[in-house]
Each structure stands twice: as structure tokens, then as C-alpha cells.
Write a protein that binds this ligand. Structure first.
Ligand SMILES: Nc1ncnc2c1ncn2[C@@H]1O[C@H](COP(=O)(O)OP(=O)(O)OP(=O)(O)O)[C@@H](O)[C@H]1O
Length: 224
């Protein structure tokens, strides 16, 4: 469960979020809106990467202002730019990095890393230099590094921007299957079809909130 209560966010001179209130218990939540409407800022508030100027964000029943560290253990976050998330030289080492820090045995780490790379189509790339992957493969690697930690909630900011049609469909299918709650910020409207709820942001406010058909229909009119 993700809850925003009268959330305002000021960045520099700009009020980027202007009174966001929403309880989001649904399993698949999409967020759409024009460039600069505040979507990424909203996503970053969910795991305490950013704190609201006023108002409250509660995730898994915890206030991001007080318990960000605990929230971050339960919330996986996927950034738009996968390069920002690569920390180790090879694909397998990168996925293993966060698991090792959690104190798992070497065998357990290897088993889990192999399983997640196979699941997301990177099984044949385990020993490749991570920075030499294609953009789309890097995005899949970032997804592996997050999913291997088995987060309770997954927040994704533009997860399909760099992916070709086949890989976008693969990610869309994976999102449908994941047992976790997933909140996805995206301009990829087909990705959000079948979601439980879609929010439309405009100039820092929620201007539509409903089924993908309703919300995306509203968004299309807004952009016309
Ligand atoms: N650190 C910052 N300081 C000042 N303004 C910022 C900062 N970060 C973001 N902004 C501004 O906040 C507004 C909202 O940005 P945000 O990235 O949340 O929008 P977005 O809806 O995700 O856009 P896009 O679709 O282009 O990714 C933009 O006008 C942006 O310029």
C-alpha cells in the first residue's frame, strides 16, 4: 500500500507537486502525464529518495520521513537511466552485489543470480562487461538487480524507453505476472493496458484517476 496525503513538493522556485492525495492499494498502478508534470518526483517520494516539502507519504504502513531505511528494504526502484544503477564490472557481479551485502552464502548468491538472469533473458551474458551491454540489455540488468532482492513493492520510472518491441512486450508480460505491487511511470501507453489503476498528472496535480481506458482517454484529450 502506497499513500500520499496532501503532498506538496517544492524544488528550487518551482512547486512540482501541488497537493497529491491518493491511497494506492492496487497491484498495478500506472502514472502518465506530460513532460515535467511531476511523475518522476512522485515516484522518488515512494522510497524516501526524496522527502515531501509538506504532507505525508506512507509506504508499507511506514512514514518515508521517519523510516526511509526500512522502506527501502521493501521497495525496489528502477531508474530511467540504467547506467546510473550499474555498480560492478560484470553482469553477474552487478546482480550479486546487493545480495552479498545482505550476507547470503556464495552458493545462494550464485544460484539466485543465475535464476534471475535466466528469467530476464540475460543468462548468456553473465560474464559480459555490464557497461558494454546495449541500452535495452542494461535496462533488463537493472531489473534483474532489483528483482533478485525480492522487493514487496516495485517502482519503475520509464522501464521500457530503451527496449525494442520484443523486450517491451517481455517486460509488460513480466509486470502482469509479478506478485509484487508495481507502480510504473511511463509514456508507453500500451504497457499500462490491463493495469488496475492509472493516474494522470498535470502540473503537479492528479487530474484523472481510474481505469486505464478512462485515464488514458483523458490524457489523450489533454495532450490533443
Ligand atoms: N532538482 C530539481 N530542482 C529544480 N527543479 C527540478 C528538480 N528536479 C526536477 N525539477 C523540475 O520539476 C518538474 C517535474 O519534474 P519530473 O522529473 O518529476 O517530471 P516528469 O513528469 O517525470 O517529466 P518527464 O516525463 O519529462 O520525465 C520539472 O519542471 C523539472 O524541471
Amino acid at each position: 500500500m502506497i499513500e500520499f496525503d496532501e503532498v506538496h513538493m517544492r524544488l528550487g522556485e518551482r512547486e512540482v507537486l501541488r497537493g497529491i492525495t491518493a491511497g494506492l492499494p492496487e497491484r498495478r498502478v500506472g502514472v502518465v502525464g506530460a513532460n515535467g508534470s511531476g511523475k518522476s518526483t512522485l515516484a522518488r517520494l515512494i522510497n524516501g529518495l526524496a522527502l515531501p516539502t509538506s504532507g505525508t507519504v506512507r509506504v508499507l504502513g511506514l512514514d518515508t520521513r521517519r523510516q526511509a531505511a526500512k522502506i527501502r528494504r521493501g521497495v525496489g526502484f528502477l531508474f530511467t537511466d540504467p547506467d546510473a544503477q550499474i555498480v560492478m564490472p560484470t553482469v553477474a557481479e552487478d546482480v550479486a552485489f546487493s545480495l552479498r551485502r545482505k550476507g547470503h552464502s556464495r552458493e545462494e548468491v550464485d544460484r539466485r543470480v543465475r535464476a534471475v538472469l535466466d528469467r530476464y533473458g540475460l543468462g548468456g551474458h553473465a560474464d559480459h562487461p555490464a557497461h558494454q551491454l546495449s541500452g535495452g540489455q542494461k535496462q533488463l540488468l537493472a531489473l534483474c538487480s532489483v528483482m533478485v532482492l525480492e522487493p514487496q513493492i516495485l517502482v519503475m520510472d520509464e522501464p521500457t524507453t530503451l527496449l525494442d518491441l520484443r523486450h517491451s512486450r517481455q517486460v509488460a508480460e513480466l509486470l502482469r505476472q509479478m506478485p509484487q505491487q508495481v507502480l510504473v511511470v511511463s509514456h508507453d501507453l500500451p504497457l499500462l493496458a490491463g493495469f488496475d489503476r492509472v493516474l494522470v498528472l498535470d502540473q503537479g496535480r492528479i487530474v484523472a484517476d481510474g481505469s486505464p481506458e478512462e485515464a488514458i482517454g483523458y490524457y489523450r484529450k489533454l495532450m490533443a
